[in-house]
Design a protein around this ligand. Structure first.
Ligand SMILES: [Zn+2]
Length: 71
């Protein structure tokens, strides 16, 4: 399941959460103050990665391991 980062609009705290793709845009409760957090970053939204099925790769195209181009 992808890991997303959220920022709390109340305390400005940043926290990570594992959520399904369909839930990533939904507001999330801040673990610190209970305020509303909004998504700020997704590890799978970068570099044209379509989803977790292709393997975790924060920097596509580096040519190593799961980051190598699929054949
Ligand atoms: Zn908060």
């Amino acid at each position: 399941m992808p890991l997303y980062e959220y920022k709390c609009e109340n305390c400005q705290g940043v926290f990570s959460e594992l959520r399904s793709m369909s839930e990533r845009e939904a507001p999330i409760t801040c673990p610190d103050c209970g305020g509303e957090g909004k998504i700020i970053f997704s590890t799978f939204a970068q570099g044209g990665q379509k989803g977790p099925a292709e393997g975790f790769c924060p920097m596509p195209g580096t040519g190593n391991g799961p980051c190598a181009k699929p054949t």
